[in-house]
Design a protein around this ligand. Structure first.
Ligand code: ADP
Ligand code: MG
Length: 232
């Protein structure tokens, strides 16, 4: 494995058994991502995007195939090691920000650091810095229901980044946002990419995918490298 390859998937299959029928949801997926890449996975609803994202993010394991993330062979890891991999390597962003309603923006951002055992003062400092990074310093004491959808998503991005993960994994990050707010989130992603973050963004929206520097298409569980977005 060359040093700059960040992750490598070979022949990944995901099969669900439904009754007495096997459903192949991912079909021999090969994917290499280098450190610092900004990649979009573009495909229609039901094509297997979230299934792929869950495998990339170590939330789920493939039925067969090999997946090496940061030098670790994922299929060999125990539940505990997978959890550790997730918390160290991956920052997740979902379509709905999935913030905890009873915690302020600040406390939501601190949460991954609580799980990681970071002391309170350090947690506060790092969460404040991330909220500043996403332009929400003046909203840090607000609860999620006191924030707009775009602001909630920015808090979720701050939460995803606060543990300094090596990869930012976003599943339809603008899916529940209006166009203008979605554009702001995309601008933030572009800035993060320019700073050298590795980003994988999953979307069904060609215009959103076009923000990434590389686009791969997924159709019916098959992944294809896309020359650009125009042939989507
Ligand atoms: P996308 O995110 O592209 O919309 P998904 O990855 O969520 O697609 O789903 C792809 C296909 O896999 C769908 O047909 C879905 O019904 C099926 N699927 C997803 N999860 C399961 C599961 N746990 N059991 C059976 N089928 C599933
Ligand atoms: Mg999905």
């Amino acid at each position: 494995m060359s040093a700059e390859i960040f992750f490598e998937m070979r022949g990944i299959n995901k099969v669900y058994r439904m009754g007495d029928e096997d459903m192949r949801i991912l079909k021999d997926v090969d994917l290499d991502v280098a450190e610092g890449e900004y990649l979009s996975v573009l495909g229609p609803s039901g094509s297997g995007k979230s299934t792929l994202m869950n495998i990339i993010g170590c939330l789920d394991v493939a039925t067969s195939g090999s997946y090496i993330l940061h030098g670790r062979r994922i299929e060999d890891l125990s539940e505990g090691e997978l959890a550790q991999m997730r918390s160290r390597e991956i920052g997740f962003i979902f379509q709905n920000s999935q913030l905890l309603p009873r915690l302020t923006a600040q406390k939501n951002v601190e949460l991954p650091l609580v799980y990681a055992g970071v002391p309170p003062r350090e947690r506060r400092r790092r969460a404040e810095r991330m909220l500043e990074r996403v332009g929400l310093t003046d909203r840090s004491g607000h609860y999620p229901n006191q924030l707009s959808g775009g602001q909630q998503q920015r808090v979720a991005i701050a939460r995803a980044l606060v543990g300094n993960p090596t990869i930012l994994l976003a599943d339809e990050p603008t899916g529940s946002l209006d166009q203008k707010t979605g554009a702001q989130v995309m601008e933030l992603f572009s800035e993060l990419s320019a700073e050298g973050r590795t980003i994988i963004m999953i979307t069904h929206d060609m215009k959103i995918a076009a923000h990434a520097r590389r686009v791969v298409h997924i159709i019916d569980g098959e992944l294809q490298e896309g020359g650009g977005c125009e042939d989507a």
